[in-house]
Design a protein around this ligand. Structure first.
Ligand code: HEM
Length: 359
């Protein structure tokens, strides 16, 4: 008997099915590649954040790096002096609101403030047209490594040993010996001490970016925020106080706003714009773009910075990424950390620290 469904399809229909199949296999392969499933040795955002988490411990709801911090709010007063270098309206004279976060590195939100000699400052400038500029800066002059792969290896080498709670010194030594780009950072570490205040620190972008002026010209830059005027030294932590940075900040803000100059350093000819482990020579042209003014603080578990991902590649027109490979890796890893922390139960008001919970 003749079955109409068994009618032969014309050859071009078969090809169409074959093409759809190939396209679907291609998409699956692309997802597999991006996810790292097809290349087990490939570095992925997931493995970067796993390594950070393995070092800091499991703390649901918290950032997987720079987990201990405090939200701050204020505004940026533009001097107008950067307008010839960047077309962003942010750099026209005037004020722009911002949401910031001061923090210490590491994945443990209960770590003592003295656990690292580095403090960090992240800022999100909210421009009137809905654009944003997000930046995360560290209070050190140079980054230890140049590539995401080396950053990952550094996390593996820093994994705390179960008996001491500290990294294996031999493993660390082996890492630094095989990574000569860490020389400038190691020289700085020898002189570094954990500061007793966020207010006295200078915070650096470390990565380079480009400014784009109204005429379309690019200018390679790094930036820093440095305290404006003389800042009274911190009185120092009371004996046994491990959370002195937040206390010092509250006390200072009680006396008035805190101010940092935003300084742009323009690269000279030949200065590397893709290597955060290299120092640019002194004497480069600098432009004071304006002043970051902070006048309020809030606990990070309930403040507005909690749900901000300070992805350094979120830039307004007039600022652009450089070819520094750390930037794309940061963007991807921050997104992974953000996804984890915002989908977890935890970090609820009242769970700021075991000390607070015990009160
Ligand atoms: C491949 C290199 C890097 C990786 C994988 C990495 C990873 C991370 C992650 C996962 C977070 C938590 C993000 C969140 O949950 O919102 C973070 C925070 C942070 N990182 Fe990085 N980081 C890298 C390089 C850098 C560099 C070069 C700087 C330079 C200044 C930097 C500065 C910061 C700051 C300031 C924060 C805290 C932001 C905040 O307060 O929310 N990081 N990092």
């Amino acid at each position: 008997m003749h079955d109409p469904s068994s009618k032969r399809r014309p050859p071009h229909a078969l090809w169409r099915w074959a093409l759809i199949g190939v396209a679907m296999a291609g998409s699956a392969a692309a997802f597999g590649y991006v996810g790292g499933w097809l290349a087990p040795g490939r570095l992925t955002p997931n493995s970067l954040v796993d390594a950070l988490q393995a070092n800091g411990g499991d703390h649901p709801g918290y950032r997987r790096n720079h987990a201990k911090g405090i939200c701050v709010a204020g505004h940026f007063e533009s001097s107008g002096l950067l307008a010839p270098y960047s077309s962003s309206p942010l750099f026209q004279p005037g004020n722009t609101p911002l949401v910031g976060r001061l923090a210490i590195p590491g994945g443990n939100p209960y770590a003592p403030d003295s656990s690292a000699p580095i403090r960090s400052f992240a800022l999100r400038f909210d421009l009137p047209d809905g654009e944003q500029w997000r930046t995360g800066m560290n209070a050190m002059p140079v980054f230890p490594v140049s590539t995401p792969e080396a950053f990952y290896e550094l996390q593996l080498a820093s994994h705390p040993l179960p008996d001491t709670g500290k990294p294996d010194p031999e493993r660390m030594k082996a890492f630094f010996t095989t990574h000569p780009e860490t020389t400038a950072f190691l020289a700085w570490v020898k002189t570094a001490h954990p500061s007793a205040s966020y207010a006295t620190e200078t915070y650096n972008s470390l990565n380079a970016f480009y400014l784009r002026d109204a005429g379309g010209q690019r200018h390679a830059v790094r930036w820093r925020v440095e305290p404006e005027g003389a800042i009274p030294a911190a009185s120092g932590p009371a004996a046994g106080d491990t959370d002195y940075l937040a206390a010092d900040l509250r006390q200072r803000l009680g006396a008035g706003p805190l101010r940092w100059k935003l300084v742009m350093t323009l690269a000279g000819p030949g200065d590397p714009v893709d290597d955060a482990a290299s120092v640019w020579p002194d004497g480069r042209q600098e432009v004071v773009a304006g002043t970051v003014v902070i006048d309020g603080e809030q606990a990070q578990d309930s403040g507005p910075c909690r749900d901000v991902n300070y992805d350094p590649t979120v830039l307004p027109r007039g600022i652009e990424v450089s070819g520094d490979p750390l930037l794309a890796a940061r963007s991807a890893a921050y997104a992974e950390s953000y996804l984890r922390r915002t989908s977890e139960e935890g970090h609820l008001p009242g769970t700021e620290s075991p000390k607070e919970a015990a009160r």
